[in-house]
Design a protein around this ligand. Structure first.
Ligand code: EPU
Length: 420
C-alpha cells in the first residue's frame, strides 16, 4: 500500500522531535509498491527515512520523504509480534530453522534470519534473545529500524551490525530492480557504509538477512559489560543468587533461591565461565547500562550519540594526554582504545573535560549523564539551537585539543542531505 501526504508534519517521525515538515511524505508497506512509484516525478530531493532516530532535520524539507514501513501486519505496525509472525516457527535449534525467515543454512550453528526493514531493531534483538540466538544482544535498545541498522552500521559494546549482516535486500530505484547485496560488499566502517556515501539515495532497503549463532558467543570486553554482569549477579542479593548448574547439558547460569537441598556449586562471580551466560542475560545487562546514561527517546528528544568518536595519531594523543595531566594531575589517565597504530579517544570525555555537561542553549542541551548526546530538553528546541550547540562543542574541542569532531547524527538540510 502506498500512502501520500502533502506538506506533512515530521515531528512524530524524528526522535529529536524537531517541528519540521516535508513537501510530500510517501509511506510504502510492500516492496512491490516501490515499482509503482515514479521517482523522477516526486518532489526532489527524495530522502529515504528509517526510524528517524539518527537524524537532525535542519529545517523544512522541500522534497519527498519516503518511508518504507516494511511488510508489517497492519494492526501491529512495529512490534515484536510482527517478527514472531514473520518467523513462523519460534524454536530454531541447531540444524533446524524457522520457516519463512531462513534464506539458507550454512553451518548447523548458524541460522540466517531475514527481517523486514521496518521492524524495530530492538524488537529483533528481543526476539533473538528470547530464542536463545546469539549475535545482536550487545546492540539491545539502540533506537531505529532494521533497514537503518544496515545503512548506519549501528554499534555498541564491541559489536557492530556488520558483524551479523549476511545480506542486504534492497530496491535499486535507478534500475527499478530488487537486488541482494552481500554484507561484505557494503563498505562497512565505523557508523558508515556505501549506503551513506557513494550509494546515497540509490537503494531502498527492504529487508536484511542476519547471521545468528545457536552456540554461545558472548562479547563482554567492551564498555564495562563484564563489570555490569558481575554487579548484576552480585545485586541479586543473599536470597536469590547465581550459581552454576553443572548439568549434563553443560554449565548454565542459574538464578534461584538458596535451599538446603540445593547441591549446585556456587562459584566466585569473576570465574563465571562465558559459556554459562545467555543472550537474554547479556541483553538485560546492556539495557541496564544504556538506561542509566542514555535518554529514553519516548521521554526526551535526542538522536543518540551526536558525535563520532575521533581516531587520531599517537603523537596527537600524547599531546592530549599532556593537556589532561596538566589539568588533572600526573596520575590522570585519558580513556582511549587502540585502533591499529592509531588511538580512539571518546568524544564524551573531551566534551566532559570542556565543561559542557548539562550546558543549554535555548531548548538544546548537552545531556548531563552522557555528554556525547545532545537533547531537545524543553521539547521545543529548534534545529538552529541544536546546530548552534553542536558548533559550540565542535569549536571548543578544536581549540583545546586540535581535534575535529564529526557529527554521527545525519543532518538533513533543506536542500540535500549532507554526506558525513
Ligand atoms: N566519559 C566521560 N565523561 C562522561 C561520559 C563518558 O569522560 O560523562 C568517557 C568515559 O571514559 C567512557 C568514555 O567516555 O568510558 C566512553 O563513553 P561510552 O562508552 O559511554 O560511550 P562511547 O564509547 O563514546 C559509543 C557509541 C554508543 C554506544 C557506546 C557503547 C559512538 C558515537 N557511540 O559511545 O552508541 O552505545 O559506545 O558501546 O560510537 C549511538 O550510536 O547512538 C550510541 C549511543
Amino acid at each position: 500500500m502506498v500512502t501520500r501526504h502533502e506538506t506533512y508534519d515530521l515531528s512524530a517521525q524524528n526522535t529529536f522531535g524537531m517541528k519540521v515538515s516535508c513537501r510530500l511524505y510517501v509511506e510504502v508497506t510492500e516492496p512491490e509498491d516501490l515499482l509503482t512509484l515514479d521517482f523522477d516525478a516526486l518532489p526532489q530531493p527524495v530522502f529515504v527515512m528509517g526510524g528517524g532516530s539518527n537524524l537532525l532535520f535542519t529545517g523544512d524539507f522541500p522534497g519527498t520523504v519516503l518511508k518504507f514501513a516494511g511488510a508489517l501486519p497492519p494492526n501491529d505496525p512495529r512490534g515484536l509480534k510482527a517478527l514472531s509472525d514473520f518467523c513462523t516457527s519460534k524454536s530454531p535449534g541447531p540444524g533446524r530453522a524457522p520457516d519463512g525467515a531462513i534464506a539458507s543454512l550454512q553451518v548447523p550453528e548458524e541460522i540466517l534470519v531475514k527481517v523486514p526493514a521496518g521492524v524495530v531493531f530492538d524488537d529483533f534483538c528481543a526476539w533473538a534473545a528470547s530464542e536463545g540466538l546469539w549475535g545482536p544482544e550487545n546492540l539491545s535498545l539502540i533506537p531505529g529500524e532494521v533497514g537503518a541498522s544496515a545503512v548506519q552500521n549501528i554499534g555498541a559494546y564491541g559489536v557492530e551490525a556488520k558483524d551479523i549482516i549476511d545480506t542486504v535486500h534492497a530496491f535499486d530505484h535507478t534500475t527499478r530492480s530488487f537486488v541482494d547485496i552481500p554484507g561484505a560488499d557494503c563498505g562497512y566502517g565505523y557508523r558508515t557504509s556505501l549506503f551513506k556515501t557513494d550509494w546515497k539515495g540509490r537503494y531502498i532497503i527492504t529487508s536484511v538477512t542476519f547471521r545468528l549463532s545457536t552456540v554461545p558467543q558472548p562479547k563482554l570486553d567492551y564498555g564495562g559489560v563484564r563489570k555490569a554482569i558481575e554487579k548484576r549477579i552480585e545485586d541479586m542479593g543473599s536470597e536469590t543468587y547465581a550459581t552454576l548448574g553443572l548439568s549434563e547439558g553443560g554449565a548454565h547460569l542459574w538464578e534461584g533461591r538458596r535451599s538446603q537441598s540445593d547441591r549446585r556449586v556456587s562459584v566466585p562471580i569473576p570465574s563465571i565461565p562465558e559459556e554459562s551466560l545467555t543472550p537474554q542475560f547479556i541483553r538485560d545487562t546492556v539495557i541496564g547500562i544504556r538506561e542509566q546514561k542514555l535518554p529514553d527517546p519516548k521521554e526526551i528528544g535526542s538522536a543518540g550519540s551526536f558525535f563520532c568518536n575521533p581516531v587520531i595519531d599517537r603523537d596527537h594523543f600524547e599531546r592530549i594526554v599532556a593537556i589532561a595531566k596538566a589539568e588533572n594531575g600526573p596520575e590522570y589517565e585519558v580513556p582511549h582504545y587502540e585502533v591499529g597504530e592509531r588511538v580512539k579517544v571518546p568524544a564524551a570525555w573531551m566534551i566532559d573535560q570542556c565543561g559542557f555537561k548539562g550546558m543549554r542553549l535555548g531548548g538544546a542541551q548537552v545531556y548531563p549523564k552522557q555528554p556525547l548526546v545532545i537533547v531537545n530538553a524543553t521539547g521545543k528546541a529548534t534545529p538552529e539551537e541544536i546546530v548552534a550547540l553542536e558548533q559550540r562543542v565542535i569549536g571548543t574541542i578544536r581549540e583545546k585539543y586540535g581535534v575535529e569532531l564529526h557529527p554521527e547524527v545525519e543532518h538533513v538540510s533543506s536542500q540535500v542531505t549532507e554526506k558525513q
